[in-house]
Design a protein around this ligand. Structure first.
Ligand SMILES: [Zn+2]
Length: 414
């Protein structure tokens, strides 16, 4: 099967990346930012134009659609997320295509100090001759996850244009707010109504992920005793000092993101704010195993209890909220979706590989909620920063992978 989807993929990626869809962790709304709907509405119009069915933009901001089946087989979902990461400027993205990359340095018109090269990212060295899409220097690109959105859209359009190609019923979903951990609304599994699904939100070619972190969020509130500092003798309890004590008592040299790798988890202080009367500390806890994650929340509670014991007049509260769990816990019971993707990957001449990712995807939550959802490669690299790039040819392979999965699913059912 040689289908040239690359021109369509490139066109989609460039158009989607130019739309600002940055999500916002501090926003209480759903989706967190209205700008995400600009892209969602664009996708609705494009899906309707290509003849997809049941196209809706749900109240929770997800675009859903059906590619009706013409052959028996499992109902399969394909997902991408429309939002981009809050960590770096995403306003005014100017995507550039470097056609037939020559293997040298890529420079940036809006920031001459920036350089991308195979020395910075060895994967780029394997992409000589390919078409590289990157930003202009002032913004991220947003290939995470507009590459995924483009891959799903492009492959869906191909199938709708080729009714002679056998396919089971496919469901497409483009979710908001993945980057802030709110991509999977409680109604999504029911609305999606699939046997299993895939997110296209992974990295280098061949990557098929079925193991993610397990994640909790911790909120610590420290209430001191407030009084005019001129008359505070023997009475003031400064919450800022106690918060500093708590952070200093954590295992900063062995259990932080910057001191761990591989299968080791961490505690990470993401935010501290407040003043002498009250402080709020927010942490994220990560580990691959439930036991390791529980040990990290126990540790945090012990540290807070010890600081509390040293200052009974203060009030220290810890609240732990589960975020997502390692999808392996569910997928290892039924590896069918993973095996199907692996076989399809080999079918397009790429040897698949799986490694646990030190993060989560919409698939982590979906899997936990009963929809097994491994994560597949898109080619995106250097995400969440100004050097973010993706090869159009890698996206082409990912789109072939999607078509391969669809074809294999029909064969296996026959
Ligand atoms: Zn992503």
């Amino acid at each position: 099967m040689t289908i040239a989807l690359e021109p369509d993929l490139e066109d989609r990626l460039v158009r989607y990346c130019a739309v600002d869809t940055q999500s916002d962790l501090d926003s209480p709304t759903t989706p967190s930012t209205a700008c995400q709907l600009d892209l969602s509405r664009m996708l609705v119009a494009e899906l309707e134009a290509m003849g997809a069915e049941d196209v809706v933009l749900t109240e929770y901001g997800a675009v859903l659609a059906t590619v009706p089946g013409n052959a028996p087989g499992p109902t399969i979902g394909f997902l991408g997320h429309v939002d981009t990461a809050p960590q770096f400027n995403a306003t005014g993205v100017k995507p550039r295509v470097i056609r037939g990359y020559n293997g040298g340095e890529i420079t940036y018109p809006d920031d001459p100090a920036l350089v991308l090269s195979p020395e910075v990212d060895s994967y780029l060295g394997k992409k000589v001759g390919e078409d590289i899409v990157c930003a202009s220097g002032l913004t991220l690109l947003g290939a995470d996850d507009k590459a995924g959105v483009a891959i799903v859209m492009s492959a869906a359009q191909y199938l709708l244009e080729h009714p002679e190609v056998p396919r089971p019923t496919l469901r497409l979903a483009f979710t908001p707010d993945e980057e802030i951990g709110r991509g999977v609304h409680g109604e999504l599994p029911t609305d999606l109504a699939v046997d299993f699904a895939y997110t296209f939100d992974g990295g280098v070619e061949g990557e098929i992920v079925y193991e993610s972190f397990s994640a909790d969020q911790a909120d610590v509130v420290v209430k001191g005793v407030s009084i005019h500092p001129g008359y505070a003798t023997g009475q003031m309890v400064n919450a800022a000092y106690l918060a500093a004590k708590i952070v200093q008592a954590l295992p900063l040299s062995t259990m932080t993101p910057e001191t761990t790798s591989g299968r080791d988890g961490f505690l990470h202080v993401t935010n501290m704010e407040g003043g002498s009367s009250e402080m709020h500390i927010r942490l994220i806890l990560r580990d691959f195993e439930r036991e390791g994650l529980a040990a990290k929340s126990d540790l945090l509670r012990q540290v807070c209890a010890a600081v509390q014991a040293g200052e009974p007049r203060a009030k220290i509260e810890v609240e732990i909220t589960p975020t997502y769990r390692n999808m392996r816990y569910w997928l290892e019971d039924d590896m069918t979706p993973v095996e199907l993707a692996r076989e399809a990957c080999r079918g397009i001449g790429i040897e698949p590989f799986s490694q646990p990712i030190r993060g989560g995807t919409d698939g982590s939550r979906l899997t936990e909620m009963g929809v097994p959802t491994p994560n597949l490669f898109t080619g995106m690299r250097q995400i969440h920063g100004p050097l973010e790039w993706v090869s159009v040819q890698d996206m082409g392979k990912a789109a072939q992978l999607m078509l391969g999965i669809v074809g294999l699913a029909v064969q296996k059912d026959a």
